[in-house]
Design a protein around this ligand. Structure first.
Ligand code: GDP
Ligand code: ZN
Length: 356
């Protein structure tokens, strides 16, 4: 019992990205069941070092899929190996229930039947918590490089505030975000506001790619941005994530989320995630049931630092913990007054704060 309490404390403190049911964004902002944990420690290997056998031939690989509790598929160079998982690893005192996760860098002994012998430390892990077993951490994927914040120009109409929200989540997580605006074929008239907003994110240093799976616009650029990285696609249902992924790699077979993934939060009985190698290098994190990320109240303070475009203005705020709302001397408010920072984005910031 004591142990569970400690675990909860540890994970809550680090809670970051969460599972958001698209239609119930507000209610899910309270939801604590999905997060990214930085540097999820894999347990000290030295202790078990002794019990390793001598004549191992170790090769480094990346875990694509956990097939059973004892087996996984590992990509070692260009080969995909069906591996067992060393019993030695299973004995370790694991903090999370997921001993080995999709995305893990592992060392596989190939001297006999391939067997995972070591799990290398993770740089981060996308997790969620089981509701049935109190606060049991389930790692969805480890070592994620990038989140593609995906939205559509129309159908559904672009929601820049949601983009801001996801960008803040990603930044708080220390995961590089890129913005993908799909269905750009639906842009017909000159849409000044759209161009200006895209320009704003570019100026803030974000990569923004406009794409269409109808005209193939932007697909090449998107590919270049995904190459050799492990990317999770996040975004509202219907914006065209599956269509994009299918265009990027024909024949890719995505796991389709069960209806329950969208209607129930925190459900953990759904199919597992996996890593799919892009044929141009890098991996797609296929995570049925996790399509969008949100923020929680505990990140309120951080948002005032990471909100798009604020970084260049903060030095003019009198207080380091300035919320850019009621403070008299504030770089952000000054920039808004002088039209150096877009009023729309500032309003989006205020709405985001209020929603938490
Ligand atoms: P997901 O829920 O984000 O995976 O979205 P889907 O890939 O299932 O696409 C939702 C709908 O948008 C489908 O009817 C697609 O045909 C359509 N769609 C996808 N990409 C585009 C696009 O670039 N332009 C237009 N006009 N429609 C698209
Ligand atoms: Zn300020």
């Amino acid at each position: 019992m004591q142990k569970k309490k400690e675990k909860k404390k540890f994970t809550r403190r680090q809670a970051k990205l969460k599972n958001v049911n698209i239609d119930q964004l507000d209610s899910i902002l309270e939801d604590d069941d999905l997060l990214i944990t930085e540097k999820t420690e894999t347990k000290p290997a030295e202790k078990l070092e002794k019990s390793k056998k001598d004549n191992m031939i170790l090769k480094e690989g990346i875990v694509l899929e956990i097939t059973t509790n004892y087996k996984c598929r590992v990509q070692v160079k260009d080969e995909i190996l069906e591996c067992t998982i060393s019993g030695r690893l299973k004995q370790m005192n694991v903090e999370s229930r997921t001993l080995i996760a999709v995305g893990d860098n592992v060392n596989v002994d190939i001297s006999e039947q391939p067997r995972v012998e070591e799990i290398n430390p993770r740089k981060n892990a996308l997790s969620r918590f089981s509701e049935k077993e109190f606060q049991t951490e389930m790692i969805i994927a480890a070592n994620i490089d990038q989140v593609a914040v995906t939205t559509s120009y129309r159908e559904p109409e672009i929601n820049w505030s949601l983009v801001d929200r996801y960008l803040c989540s990603a930044r708080i997580e220390d995961i590089e975000p890129i913005i993908v605006v799909n269905k750009i074929d639906l842009l017909q008239d000159q849409d000044e506001y759209f161009y200006q907003t895209c320009e704003f994110y570019n100026e803030c240093g974000f990569t923004l790619v406009t794409t269409s799976t109808v005209t193939d616009e932007g697909l090449k650029v998107l590919k270049q941005n995904l190459e050799n990285k492990t990317t999770v696609f996040s975004g509202h249902s219907g914006v065209g994530k599956s269509s994009l992924i299918n265009k990027l790699q024909t024949g890719i077979s995505l796991k389709v989320a069960k209806v329950s993934d969208y209607t129930q939060k925190g459900i953990h009985t759904t199919s597992r995630s996996r890593l799919i190698p892009w044929d141009f290098g890098g991996f797609l994190v296929d995570t049925p049931g996790i399509r969008t990320f949100g923020l929680s109240r505990k990140h309120k303070d951080k948002i005032s630092r990471v909100f798009p475009g604020f970084d260049k203005l903060l030095h003019k705020c009198r207080y380091p913990n300035c919320t850019h709302t009621h403070e008299l001397i504030c770089g952000v408010k000054y920039a808004v007054d002088k039209n150096h920072y877009p009023k729309n984005r500032y309003n989006s910031y205020i709405r985001l704060l209020e929603s938490l």
